[in-house]
Write a protein that binds this ligand. Sequence first.
Ligand code: GLU
Length: 556
Amino acid sequence: MTQQQQLAALLFPHIENTPAHWIKAYPKRQLDPQAKVTRLGPSPTGFIHLGNLYGAFADERLAHQSGGVFYLRIEDTDDKRKVEGAVETIISSLDFFGLHFDEGAGLTVDKGSYGPYYQSARREIYQSFSKALVEKGLAYPCFLTEEEIASIRSQQEAAKLTPGIYGKWALCRDLSLEQVKKRLDEGQSFVIRLRSRGMEGTENAPAKTFSVRDAIRGQLSMPENFQDVVLLKSNGIPTYHFAHVIDDTLMGTTHVVRGEEWLSSLPVHVELFQALELPLPIYCHTAQLMKIDDETGVKRKLSKRKDPELSLDYYREMGYHPQAVREYLLTILNSDFEQWRLENPEKELEAFPFSAEKMSHSGALFDLSKLNDVSKEVLVKIHASSLADFLTGWAKTYQPQSPLAKADPAFVARILSIGRDGQKPRKDLVFARQMADFTAYFFDETFAVEDPWPENTSPEDCRSILKAYLDTYCHGDTQEQWFDKVRSIGTDLGYAAKPKDYKKNPQDYKGHVGHVSTVIRIALTGRANSPDIWEIQQVLGEHKVRQRMGKALTSL
Ligand code: GLU
């Protein structure tokens, strides 16, 4: 046994399996050569945000578009950040937005044969790979205490050197077997560090660079890593760097889609793949989500503190339809999506040829008002009955006491159908909270006269209009018959039959037919703006129409 093998045996007496064993236990996936395998690797912190969804959507599209696999791996190596119920939140949030995993961590059971998918259940695997690196002299135990590391750092700062454990600062690199044994006997705690080969003799950052291709950013030239990074922490748990290299290898990930905050540690990861003699996956570092600051007008990162729209809960609470969020996300994920949509208005968005190469690398601009515009277009294409199910489902959770929550979805579908047929359908439905407000006047409990009566119509005139309306109202009238009646009520009371007649000779009239119908509209809906009155009446039914007119008459 070499000294290194003895060291490895000393450090990992309980580890018998080798990397070869694990590589055999995780056979290559039987997929088409072009199929992509992607994963979401969230830490269970309980906060899942738009950036996660943005990345997950890219993952999902890359995998499903190529006949590959999209799986969930829970990166729970940091106990301090773990939050109860976080995994459930991740799975259900993504599910809501139409992102379904083919494989991976589940709440009760994992799905798939490349698990366990919780990193906390993979200790033995990480330790096997660590052991192998120690055997090859590519990793070593480091006993530096926090105080010693702090003192190294201040010496480095004083000398204006790059901070970290490397080169001559890596004081435990060359401990003899005897020295290690002694420290272990003394019960000293240790971490396992990589013996980086990037630092050949210099104290400063080495000039050597290497080249690596990122699917989003293209060919990158980066300085090689030279830090003896920690692979296993003192409790035997791996760092993100080490765990992801092993997991992505064993689980057959072809494309590692992750946030650009990981770009700076790419040299570490490349060195780890080399040290373990494993092939590099294709990295795809996504851009940060940015917004234009409302106050300063300057582009900045979305912030958890300032921007409620960063949290995925925001979209669920506001009641954005998942299809609208998906459609919008694609507009910021791939710059040519909007053009494609113009050319293919009827196609499912899954038909869009998504690619990592077309993703932005300089900050994806998120804009709520643009989301609202996209949402209007998306909702107009969703069948009213399906939208009604969505809306009542939303109300049950977010406005459980509202009449909407208790309403018959068929009735809600009739409300939502108003004005949606024909050449120019109304595009004013945006999200559930707004739709709830929009539909509130259909329910007596939430009906209220919110807008003032038209200025040029006195209470006396309003009463006359409503009285005549009630007297002549016939629920079976066609839209034309109905309008003719409104017009003659107006002319009888001194209103012009056409707005342009009134404009020409305002002195001759009290107002025009538009003012007459506004009075009826306010009595019926409580609002000066609404979809077509006749259509609303058909949905409300004769009894309610008469009741509302009567109520308005007594209140005036
Ligand atoms: N656990 C990492 C995070 O939450 C995942 C990064 C990755 O996808 O590789 O940021």
